[in-house]
Design a protein around this ligand. Structure first.
Ligand code: DAT
Ligand code: MG
Length: 139
């Protein structure tokens, strides 16, 4: 069974959207096997977003991701990596279709509500960054 890492970003936690976002993935048929509210360190945010280091938005992204609590999760299901990215919508909410998380809940690319792994390699890497193996339930 495939696994992915999803994270409700600080903007969405602050706006009270955790429940609605979780609900969409549950309704789709995916299973949450770990989840926790946490404030992430600068070091963890930098490891998580290492591929973007040096890009113009990088410093603001790290500051944003450490600005308040996030809700970090591991989800399991058939094709969960690709399908959860589809459900999230385009990175830029201006391009995200209505019906997607970003299309329905966000307007700005730097406040785009949710993170989801984009490949099996990144999913495993991100799960290991945020969770201990023993925190994954029923896996
Ligand atoms: P995604 O989150 O869809 O995987 P990404 O990995 O390309 O997108 O970028 C990571 C995050 O960085 C993204 O969710 C929001 C921010 N970001 C990306 N492009 C940006 C831009 N042009 N301006 C501001 N923030 C940006
Ligand atoms: Mg990405």
């Amino acid at each position: 069974m495939e696994r992915t890492f999803l994270m409700v970003k600080p903007d969405a936690v602050q706006r009270g959207l955790i429940g609605q976002i979780i609900s969409r993935f549950e309704s789709k048929g995916f299973k949450m096997i770990a989840g926790k509210l946490m404030i992430i360190s600068k070091e963890l945010a930098e490891k998580h977003y290492q591929e973007h280091k040096g890009k113009p938005f990088y410093e603001d992204l790290i500051e944003f991701m450490t600005s308040g609590p996030v809700f970090a999760m591991v989800w399991e299901g058939d094709n969960v990596i690709r399908l959860s990215r589809l459900m999230m919508g385009s990175t830029d909410p201006e391009k995200a279709q209505p019906g997607t998380v970003r299309g329905d809940f966000a307007t700005l690319v730097n406040r785009n509500v949710i993170h989801g792994s984009d490949s099996p390699e990144n999913a495993e890497r991100e799960i290991r960054l945020f969770f201990e193996e023993r925190e994954l339930i029923g896996g």
